[in-house]
Ligand binder design. Structure first.
Ligand code: CTP
Ligand code: MG
Length: 226
């Protein structure tokens, strides 16, 4: 039986948030943003260890009290220049077995619910490839031309928005990331190997906090218990 681990890339600066304090440490419902996802991951009884990939010069993480995560939390100060590099470095430093499952989750998705996390593990634990949380696209999609006018409407049938966690075997993901370039999520690296990750239906509450206006919505959801 293989084990389950989480790996949280948290070495970004949050440029689009436009704050001096890195996005993952901004106050969200009385806690640093990263606190919420780490707490949800640590509370899952299947997950053995939650690796947090931090920038080598990170001086914030160690200031907070993580005692409620017991001994499950493992900070790794090996973040890279891109998210993919941070995940790749973190996987190497974690020394997981190739067959271990690893759930890669953005520190900037604080509203992940315990129930979606449990559902994803249950749906994928016997899957030969692994998969990701995702939501079917709800809005009508427009293709823009160079003048920012609508060139045409894109059919949205069969289109999904990728979220995290993204759950793969540690060995396969490390190999996929080592071979890939220009990918924006972990599944993209697996796809480049010719494999087809499974889409596990999620909901929009698990959105990524990117811009200042996202903070208010995330706080509302967190206060409602998601
Ligand atoms: N991340 C990382 N290492 C990087 C860049 C991003 O670990 N070099 C992490 C972020 O900390 C975040 C997750 O990847 O938890 C998703 O990235 P994103 O939401 O884009 O965060 P930032 O890159 O920090 O924000 P921005 O793109 O606005 O600068
Ligand atoms: Mg980014």
């Amino acid at each position: 039986m293989s084990d389950f681990y989480a790996l949280v890339p948290a070495a970004g600066f949050g440029a689009r948030m436009g704050n001096e304090l890195p996005k993952q440490y901004l106050d969200l419902a009385g806690r640093p943003m990263i606190w919420h996802a780490l707490s949800t991951l640590c509370a899952n009884s299947n997950i053995k260890t939650v690796f947090v990939v931090l920038a080598p010069e990170d001086e914030y993480f160690a200031r907070y009290d993580w005692s409620h995560c017991k001994d499950k939390l493992a900070p790794l100060y090996c973040g890279g220049k891109t998210r993919a590099e941070s995940v790749e470095n973190g996987l190497l430093a974690s020394e997981l077995e190739p067959d271990d499952w690893v759930l890669v989750h953005d520190a900037a998705r604080p509203c992940l619910s315990a129930h979606l996390l449990a559902r994803m593990i249950a749906e994928l634990r016997d899957d030969p490839v692994g998969g990701i949380l995702a939501v079917p696209v709800a809005d009508t999609l427009k293709r823009a031309d160079a003048q920012q006018r609508i060139a045409h409407t894109e059919p949205r049938e069969g289109l999904w928005q990728a979220q995290t966690p993204q759950m793969f075997r540690a060995g396969l993901l490390a190999e996929a990331l080592a071979r890939s370039s220009n990918i924006t999520d972990d599944a993209g690296a697996i796809e480049a190997l010719g494999l087809q990750p499974k889409l596990v239906a999620s909901d929009t509450s698990n959105f990524k906090v990117t811009y200042p206006q996202d903070i208010v919505l995330a706080e509302l959801l967190l206060q409602q218990g998601k």
